[in-house]
Design a protein around this ligand. Structure first.
Ligand SMILES: Cc1cc2nc3c(=O)[nH]c(=O)nc-3n(C[C@H](O)[C@H](O)[C@H](O)COP(=O)(O)OP(=O)(O)OC[C@H]3O[C@@H](n4cnc5c(N)ncnc54)[C@H](O)[C@@H]3O)c2cc1C
Length: 474
């Protein structure tokens, strides 16, 4: 292995891509500087993404479960919500985790610079420091991990505190009486679910024909059914044409073939229509880095840009824009710089929607197989036959395996149901280890758990599921 101990590396952006890269670089003995505008590393994920949203979704889940307990003879009175304390709790979670990352940086002797970087040339950064002043710093290699930001639709951009993006929604300034969520993707549905649990009447509008475009429809169905009951309305095939502030709220006008009500007034609007890569880094044109038509920085499987000194990782290089993808890319980029023979070539990057029920998938989906014209076998285990799901009073879930019909190899896994986000990790491992349906069938799973549904889906494939009876044909 080459001696890299004198190699100077900069990581621009302290999100899950950037700090994972910086920490591994330090662990491998490289000299590393991490640059980010916040006081500690964390990025979007920790400050205004994954972590605060999951803290609030946990509170939401508790409220929803307290309602459901009525079915089991336990009645709680309606929750009293102390918004200041709830916000404080969410903020304390963020502070604890980002503070922890600050500590880990120090322990590893990562040089943390609080500021914003721009390029002077391929090896030199100008850092505008948070406390004022600038510094020119030179490096052998630079890893860009500048992440992404919410997409703004110009026609819906009005200057009103009633219109929020995901960051504003997570600030949780008040509990509005009514909320229009523009965009039926995972961020809108997660945050809509939080506000719904806190007592807001929520309407979701999605321009396509279904929620969570890209996910298999049978996985989305149980969530859609539940949200139809808890949300005021789910408006599909509908676009928001305009937003106008008036005394009592924001008047939204709708357009689309299925529109029944042309306009309605809402207390607040959450616009969550996707995210844009932060590739407009000042001075990037002084380097050889190339940016593609959708704004993503172009990289190889080794995360190399078109400039030999510069690597890029995370949201700024492409979909899926997820924290765990960013971290793995960050680690790969550092290993490549350290001279290891590696590439970012996962068979499966899991996606999780932390709604209630949760939806999770990894590897090949049915939709993906159809698009590729690839022959697959699908085995589905309905949670109505799962002892654990019934004890939780949540039988609406489903676990499915996407298999190669000839080799019986697990190509993809999809799960909808409570805890799907935790369960999917077994599917990811199965895909990465090239497991066969028979491996899942023969692996003894603990009873009674939802994890048994993975094993039983494999049994369904062989027509021998203990808990699902399928009469033999003929
Ligand atoms: C509401 C919400 C919920 C989410 N939930 C999940 C989830 O549950 N699971 C999941 O996997 N993903 C989730 N995501 C997505 C996840 O946050 C991102 O995929 C992840 O943060 C990307 O990591 P990154 O390292 O690429 O960049 P980021 O986390 O975006 O970090 C980039 C950092 O770079 C800094 N930066 C930008 N330009 C410069 C510059 N010129 N100089 C210095 N610093 C700069 C930024 O300020 C930022 O701190 C969520 C996102 C949102 C908005």
């Amino acid at each position: 292995m080459p001696d890299n101990s004198t190699l100077q590396i900069a990581v621009v952006g302290g999100g899950p891509g950037g700090y994972a890269a910086a920490f591994l670089a330090a662990d491998l003995g490289l000299k590393v500087t991490l640059i980010d505008p916040e006081v500690n590393p964390g990025g979007v994920c920790l400050y205004r993404g994954c972590i605060p949203s999951k803290a609030l979704l946990h509170a939401a889940k508790l409220i929803e479960e307290s309602h459901q307990a009525k079915n089991w003879g336990i009645e709680f009175s309606d929750p009293k919500i102390d918004l200041v304390r709830l916000r404080g709790w969410k903020d304390s979670v963020v502070k604890r985790l980002t503070g922890g990352l600050g500590q880990l940086s120090k322990q590893r002797s990562v040089k943390y610079v609080q500021g914003r970087a721009s390029f002077e040339n391929s090896n030199t950064l100008r850092v505008s420091k948070a406390g004022g002043g600038e510094e020119l710093l030179s490096f052998d290699r630079i890893i860009l991990a500048t992440g992404s930001r919410p997409t703004v639709i110009p026609s819906l951009k009005i200057d009103s505190p009633r219109v929020m993006d995901s960051t504003g929604a997570l600030d949780l300034e008040e509990i509005p009486k009514s909320l229009l969520v523009v965009g039926g993707g995972y961020i809108g549905l997660e945050l809509g679910s939080v506000y719904r649990a806190l007592g807001t009447r929520v309407t979701v509008v999605e321009m396509l024909s279904g929620l969570l475009p890209g996910a298999d429809r049978d996985l989305v169905l149980p969530l859609h059914k539940r949200l139809e009951k808890t949300f005021d309305a789910i408006l599909l095939n509908t676009t928001v044409k305009s937003l106008k502030e008036e005394s009592g709220g924001i008047r939204a006008t709708f357009d689309g073939a299925d529109v029944k009500e042309k306009e309605r007034v809402f207390d607040k609007i959450l616009v969550s229509v996707g995210r844009k890569p932060n590739s407009e880094i000042r001075g990037l044109d002084k380097t050889g880095v190339k940016v593609g038509p959708r704004g993503f920085i172009q990289v190889s499987k080794q995360l190399e840009t078109d400039d030999p000194s510069i690597y890029a990782i995370g949201d700024v290089v492409g979909e899926p824009m997820l924290a765990h993808k960013a971290s793995h890319e960050g680690r790969t980029a550092v290993e490549v710089i350290a001279g290891h023979k590696v590439a970012f070539e996962p068979h499966a990057i899991p996606a999780v929607v932390f709604t209630d029920p949760e939806i999770a998938w990894a590897g090949l989906s049915e939709t993906g197989a159809k698009e590729q014209g690839r022959e697959i076998a699908v085995a589905k285990f309905p949670w109505g036959a799962s002892g654990r799901a019934i004890t939780l009073d949540r039988p609406e879930g489903m676990t499915k395996l996407i298999l190669d019909p000839k080799t019986e190899r697990v190509l993809g896994v999809g799960i909808v149901g409570v805890g799907a986000g935790e369960l999917i990790a077994e599917g990811v491992l199965a895909i990465e280890m090239a497991a066969l349906a028979g491996d899942l069938e023969l692996t003894i799973h603990p009873h009674p758990t939802l994890s048994e549904t993975v094993m039983e889906a494999a049994e369904v494939f062989f027509g021998t599921s203990t808990d699902v009876y399928r009469p033999k044909r003929g």
